[in-house]
Design a protein around this ligand. Structure first.
Ligand code: CA
Ligand code: CA
Length: 195
């Protein structure tokens, strides 16, 4: 069996144990315009929240999103952040499936043990995929990112939506090897809101 076939089989097995929630956000991009000026279809962004019994490292989650045709979620708008937080807290109140957090596509590309640098320069974090480069929204939890090095000298370089009663899904840098739930993002066709 080829490596590709084995990987596809693994994905199909994994999909059986995933608890997935998905929804579509407002249309973001007109896809096709007919000669008379009416739109026939639009592009929407869809978010899938994955919560697995065996959970995932940040890298595994990133690869899973990309192999499924999407990317580890970009959450750079307040409206998107609020929508995802509401779904997580309403429907996924079960720590055994997410380990107190959900990976998103925000990360520190410089895994170096500099405990104070990121607190002074949180903008050095970056998204796996940026849709609107000028968007400035980042919702860090108080005192984060702290680049905690108590459990690993490389510090914390991957960002989760922190699931704790007092954290409310705000951003926290976390050890990339921790296994968490995660949020994928996809571009999909959808009806136009204002044809
Ligand atoms: Ca770091
Ligand atoms: Ca942290």
């Amino acid at each position: 069996m080829s490596l590709d076939s084995r990987f596809k089989m693994m994905l199909s097995i994994v999909s059986l144990v995933i608890i997935g929630l998905s929804w579509v956000i407002t249309p973001v991009e007109m896809n096709e315009v007919t000669p008379d000026g009416t739109y026939t279809s639009c592009k929407c962004l869809k978010y899938d929240i994955f919560c697995q019994n065996d959970k995932s490292t940040w890298e595994w989650a990133k690869n899973h999103c990309e192999n499924a045709g999407g990317w580890l979620a970009t959450i750079d708008k307040q409206s998107t952040h609020q929508a995802i937080r509401q779904i997580i807290y309403a429907d996924l109140d079960n720590k055994t499936c997410h380990n107190y957090g959900f990976w998103i596509g925000y990360y520190d590309p410089r895994p170096l043990p500099k405990p104070t640098r990121h607190k002074a320069n949180p903008d050095l974090f970056t998204w796996v995929k940026v849709d609107e480069p000028c968007t400035q929204f980042v919702k860090w939890e108080t005192d984060e990112p702290n680049d905690n090095i108590t459990e690993h000298p490389d510090g914390q370089n991957c960002v989760q939506l922190w699931y704790r009663p007092t954290k409310r899904g705000n951003f926290d840098d976390e050890y990339c090897y921790e296994k968490k739930g995660y949020v994928c993002m996809f571009e999909v066709d959808c009806p136009c809101a204002n044809p």
